[in-house]
Design a protein around this ligand. Structure first.
Ligand SMILES: [Zn+2]
Ligand SMILES: [Zn+2]
Ligand SMILES: [Zn+2]
Length: 169
């Protein structure tokens, strides 16, 4: 009987918190922000956002397409890409360049840059403001006379949860 193994794996993959709260909060903030900005959070945009928020792992566009099909049979890749474009413009999600995937943003209310900590074991991506890091990077760019278009730093490694599970540290 492999119940133990299964539950251990599920526990490992599962968030260590009440994730429903994250999802509810993200959707509520998205609704508020879109209303304030007078842009439309259409049902498909909302659904894509909700699907991205299924976990803290980054999601690929083609996986989203698969997941959205049961709800929106007519959904085409272009439908999903347009929804993703919109959500990125509104800073409700971020593209994780190094994975070519997307995560939900948990601080969309404020203008911010992204410091993304990407776990190579469980795939969780933690977004941090990284104010000190970003200030240091800005200084380097200034010294180099470099003009900023977009600032995001992606770091790959093991999250605290996986590090503990591995028996390290
Ligand atoms: Zn969560
Ligand atoms: Zn963000
Ligand atoms: Zn991890």
């Amino acid at each position: 009987m492999n119940f133990r193994t299964t539950s251990a794996r599920n526990e490992h993959m599962a968030p260590t918190h009440d994730h429903r709260g994250c999802v509810d909060r993200a959707l509520r903030v998205a609704e508020q922000l879109c209303a304030q900005r007078e842009v439309r959070l259409t049902p498909i945009r909302r659904k894509v956002l909700e699907l991205i928020w299924e976990s803290h792992r980054a999601v690929k566009a083609y996986d989203l397409l698969d997941r959205i099909k049961p709800f929106e049979q007519a959904a085409k890749p272009a439908t999903v890409y347009r929804a993703l474009e919109f959500l990125m413009e509104q800073s409700l999600i971020h593209r994780v360049e190094s994975l070519n995937a997307f995560i939900g943003c948990n601080c969309s209310e404020q203008r911010h840059e992204q410091l993304l900590l990407i776990c190579e074991r469980c795939g969780n991506v933690e977004e941090r403001m990284g104010v000190d890091v970003m200030t240091a990077v800005a200084k380097e760019m200034e010294q180099a006379g470099f003009t900023l278009h977009r600032k995001a730093i992606e770091i790959h490694g093991l999250c605290a949860h996986c590090r503990t599970a591995e028996g390290g540290a």
